[in-house]
Ligand binder design. Structure first.
Ligand SMILES: O=c1[nH]cnc2c1ncn2[C@@H]1O[C@H](CO)[C@@H](O)[C@H]1O
Length: 322
């Protein structure tokens, strides 16, 4: 669905059950035109993320959308990755053993595609980053103009003034590549961070899932098939009969920003020690005597509150219309 004034978005994704939901919400939202998917490790390894991205576009009948494969390593060339297959299933999509997709990724790598599109449409592209931030950091390193050319970077990442979900300090996407995250937070682009302090407020209950399953929405029904593993994980880890809608909530922040409130400040990422992956926002309330690691760095916006009932309703409506 493409509206007249629709925003061009590129989704950087590691599908992932909530990624699948976010991609489908975006494809059914007239406010945005999805011009590409780029893939990254996180919920699964990058190779599987690419396969799943192609598969999801086939399910949605949108094979016209290009998929560019991202990096298999962290920005520091690390190959020991933390993969959250215990959250999403071995295949990333709820252990359904879907057949391999027919399509192939494009020749360009994810960072090359991001740089190319930002240059082609200066100020117009919104990158929605749903996994670790390595591809975006590589795009920044590849082209010094990328931060200026990109319209906005809306990222799911961080745990602002709350515990993380990998450990008490760190949220999964930031923990996946803290050095890359720090590059993105300080790159000078218009960055909006949606952390788990916000996404943990948007919960799809078992009742909501039943409503999706009972609808005629083709994509809603597909999602209900793959959601089982995600529910089991939440019951086990959080003792809730519902799932957090991290990625779909972040997608909405990209085109319906008024559903959220924000604060602004410099965010740095801890890259060492037991708090590796911690996101720390300087709230500008004190002028420090010393020069700090936050001094003279560009500010970003960090989501603080969310109209959770409105976000949940929109996500469900868009999926049930599919
Ligand atoms: O406990 C966890 N470990 C790793 N990844 C997780 C966990 N819980 C959720 N996610 C995944 O990480 C992103 C949000 O942090 C989401 O993509 C979510 O599916």
């Amino acid at each position: 669905m493409v509206g007249e004034q629709s925003k061009k978005i590129i989704i950087d994704t590691d599908p992932g059950i909530d990624d699948a939901m976010a991609i489908f919400v975006a494809l059914n939202s007239p406010e945005v035109d999805v011009i590409g998917l780029t893939t990254i490790y996180g919920n699964v390894y990058t190779t599987l993320a690419t396969r799943n991205a192609l598969h999801l576009l086939e399910v949605a009948g949108r094979t016209d959308i290009p998929v560019a494969e991202g990096t298999h390593k962290t920005i520091m060339n690390g190959t020991k990755l933390r993969i959250a297959d215990f959250v999403h299933g071995k295949d990333g999509l709820g252990n359904q053993n879907f057949p391999p997709p027919k399509g192939k990724p494009i020749e360009k790598s994810a960072p090359e595609f991001l740089v190319e599109q930002a240059k082609l449409h200066p100020g117009e592209i919104t990158v929605v980053a749903l996994g670790p931030l390595t591809n975006i950091a590589l795009a920044i390193q590849l082209d010094p103009e990328f931060s200026k050319n990109v319209g906005q970077i809306v990222l799911l990442g961080g745990a602002f003034a709350v515990n993380g979900n990998v450990n008490p300090a760190s949220e999964a996407n930031i923990f996946g590549d803290p050095e890359a995250a720090d590059i993105v937070f300080t790159c000078g682009a218009d960055v909006i961070a949606v952390g788990i302090n916000v996404t943990h407020q948007v919960i799809l209950t078992a009742d909501d899932r039943d409503k999706l399953a009972a609808s005629n929405g083709k994509l809603a029904q597909y999602l209900c098939k793959i959601l089982g593993v995600y529910y089991s994980y939440h019951l086990d880890a959080y003792e809730i009969e519902g799932v957090y809608l991290h990625d779909p909530t972040t997608i909405l922040a990209a085109f319906l920003p008024s559903l959220f409130t924000y604060t602004e400040g410099v965010v740095r990422v801890q890259t060492n020690g037991i708090t590796r992956g911690l996101t720390l926002l300087y709230n500008n309330r004190k002028r420090f005597e010393e020069v700090t690691e936050w001094t003279d760095k560009p500010s970003v916006k960090v989501a603080v509150t969310v109209d959770a009932p409105a976000v949940l309703k929109l996500i469900m409506d868009r999926l049930m219309e599919s």
